[in-house]
Write a protein that binds this ligand. Structure first.
Ligand code: K1U
Ligand code: ZN
Length: 183
């Protein structure tokens, strides 16, 4: 099932999500729905708060972006960043909750993340490149942060004010694109 992706500004995107206590069938079904939603958007990651679920789970597939049809999804529950590299890298990020805005964000180049998989087993992910960027971007969502929070105040307000105006005019978004106006 495809879920509705929240668009900023939305107070639910600023909340800190709570840990998952038990990895149940309901959690697995939500992860599957999140993946379906992410592929349809299309995106390379999605965090549960972006679909209005304030729980600590994310999905990622950076390989899908490289070669269409090649799926290599991660379903990640209660992720914790346990190490980051001192070297940083700059990547032009986008966000499904901040449609039509892209900007450079500097983050640690590599990171190590401990989490649970969809079977409730402990996993460790050693990430670099786009995977490291994406996993840090998604964990930010679990902590109520958007990538525009890493930009200057001016750039952040430019990005969010534009969206706020579109929302006030009744513009709805579909697949990251404004689609309609109820004037
Ligand atoms: O969290 C999100 O909103 C998803 C976001 C993840 C992300 C992208 C780039 C850098 C960091 C995190 C996206 O997927 S935006 C869309 C996107 O980047 C993309 C879409 C289709 C093909 C390739 C990339
Ligand atoms: Zn995002």
């Amino acid at each position: 099932m495809i879920l509705e992706i929240l668009v900023a500004p939305d107070s639910r995107l600023k909340e800190v999500a709570t840990p998952i206590e038990n990895v149940t069938d309901e959690v697995r079904e939500t992860l599957d729905n999140m993946l379906e939603t992410m592929y349809a958007a299309p995106g390379v990651g999605l965090a549960a708060p972006q679909v209005g679920i304030l729980k600590r789970m994310i999905v990622i597939d950076v390989d899908y972006a490289k070669e269409e049809g090649q799926k290599n999804p991660y379903k990640i529950i209660n992720p914790e960043i346990v190490w980051t590299s001192e070297e940083t890298s700059i990547y032009q990020e986008g966000c499904l909750s901040v449609p039509e805005y892209f900007d450079d964000v500097e983050r640690p180049e590599k990171c190590r993340v401990e989490a649970l998989n969809e079977n409730g087993e402990k996993i460790t992910i050693e990430a670099d490149g786009l995977l490291a960027t994406c996993i840090q971007h998604e964990i930010d969502h679990l902590n109520g942060l958007l990538f525009v929070d890493h930009l200057s105040r001016l750039k952040k307000s430019r990005a969010l004010n534009k969206l706020e105006k579109l929302k006030k005019r009744g513009v709805k978004f579909h697949n990251n694109t404004p689609i309609s106006e109820n004037l």
